[in-house]
Design a protein around this ligand. Sequence first.
Ligand code: UDP
Ligand code: MG
Length: 320
Amino acid sequence: MPKISVIVPCFNEEAVLPKLFAQLGSAAATWNADYEIICVDDGSRDRTWELLKVQNQKDSRWRCLSFARNFGHQTAVSAGLHFATGDATVIIDADLQDPPAEILRLLEKWREGFEVVFATRKKRKDPLAKKILAWGFYRLLQKMTPLPMARDAGDFCLLDKRVVAVLNALPERSRYLRGLRTWCGFRQTSVEFDRADRAAGVPQYTFKKSFKLAMDGLFSFSAAPLRMATYLGLWVSAFAFFGVVFTLAQKIFAAQFAKIGLAPGAGFPTIVISVLFLGGIQLICLGILGEYIGRIYEEVKGRPLWILRDSAGIVLPEKK
Ligand code: UDP
Ligand code: MG
C-alpha cells in the first residue's frame, strides 16, 4: 500500500482544529492508503499545540511539530516536507478552505502518473480586495518570469516523493513554494475546485504577510525589476536629451517659438520638476537594488529556516 503524508500548517487555529480532525480523518479513510498527517504549529499563541498533542495521543498517525515562534506559513510547510515520509505528500490549509474531500481527486491524478498535482481555484470566497490583488499578482508574476507559473493556484497540492526530495534539497530561505514546485518540473497537472469559506476562526494571513509572500514570489523568480530599472534609466535619458535639443532650439528661434505660444520662460519649474522626477526614479532603482541585496544578505547569513520547540509522534534529532 502506498503511504500518503499530509502537511497542515496551523497558526492560532484552535477554533477550527476539531472540525479538521473529523473531516480530514474521514476523508483519509477513503484513500485506500496508509497515511500520516503532520501538523506544524507555527508558534501559535492559543491552544493549538495542546489540541494537536491530544490528537496525537488519540491517533498516532497524527504527528505534530511546534515552532519556537511564528516563522510563517511557507516555512511551516517546508518543515512539514522535511519530515514527510510518504510516497506522495499533500499540502492543505488548516481552516478547511481547501476541502479535504478533494484530496481524493489529487490522488487519482497521482495514480495516473503525475508527480505534481495542484488545485486551481475556480471560485474563491475571500474579501473583494484580496481577490482583486491576487488576480493582478498572478498575472504580473506570469509576465515577469519565464517559468510557466499557474494562475490562481494556491499551496493546496500533491507532490510525489521525488519532488519533495528536490524541494528539501533547495537551500534558499525565501520560499515561495508555488514557484519552487513549478521550477522542479516533472509531470504537472491541475484539478479545479471551489475554494470554500473559512470553517471557523479568523484569517491568519494578514495583508502584510500576503504582501511579503507576493514580493517573495516576484523577486525570487524574476530579475525583471532589475532590467526595468535599466529601461527606465534609458527612457529618462532619452527624454532629457530631447529636452536639451528642444530648449536649445527654443533659445535660437525664440521669435518663431513665441508666435506659437512657446516662448522660453524662466527655468525654475522645469528645474524643480526634473530634479524631483530624476530623484524619484533614482530612489525606485535604489529600492529595487536594495530588495535583491537584502535577499542575498538573508541567504548568506545561513541561519536555519526554522527552530523547533517540541514534537509529538516525530523524533527530533536532538532528542534521539
Ligand atoms: N498560517 C501559518 N502561519 C502564519 C499564517 C498562516 O501557518 O503565519 C497557516 C494557517 O493556520 C492556515 C494557512 O496558513 O492553515 C492559511 O492561512 P489563512 O487561512 O489565514 O490564509 P488565507 O486562507 O486567508 O489566505
Ligand atoms: Mg484560509
